[in-house]
Design a protein around this ligand. Structure first.
Ligand SMILES: [Zn+2]
Length: 118
């Protein structure tokens, strides 16, 4: 028997539901040693879940931050860099955009990196 573990994301804003595969497990004949998850399987599942969940959260956050809070226009992307977060389940390498500050805003900075502010 195969068992699939998925992350199902149901956005509240009417966006389509997405399912991300996290793991596929093969169940062997039941013995004391094969009951439930192994430590390696549990680490793999949590690591994959952390990666997919964090990527979804970052994408959602960046989409929100791209919109200028004053004029509602999208702020242009200047470039990308990678931010490394160390978590309980391993390192996350997140692609982080740098955004030009909208011309309607009175700011000393010409660009911002939203992920460094959260
Ligand atoms: Zn603006």
């Amino acid at each position: 028997m195969k068992i699939s573990v998925q992350l199902v994301i149901e956005p509240e804003d009417g966006q389509p539901v997405t399912a991300k595969p996290i793991a596929q497990l093969k169940c062997a004949d039941l013995t004391v040693d094969t009951l439930g998850l192994t430590l390696a399987e549990s680490k793999s599942i949590l690591g994959n879940l952390q990666t997919e969940l964090a990527q979804y959260q970052v994408t959602d956050y960046i989409d929100e931050q791209r919109i200028c809070p004053q004029c509602d226009r999208p702020q242009s992307i200047k470039g990308h860099h990678t931010i490394v977060y160390r978590t309980l389940f391993g390192k996350l390498c997140l692609k982080s955009p740098r955004l030009y500050v909208c011309s309607c805003q009175d700011s000393d900075s010409k660009s911002i990196s939203p992920l460094t502010r959260c």
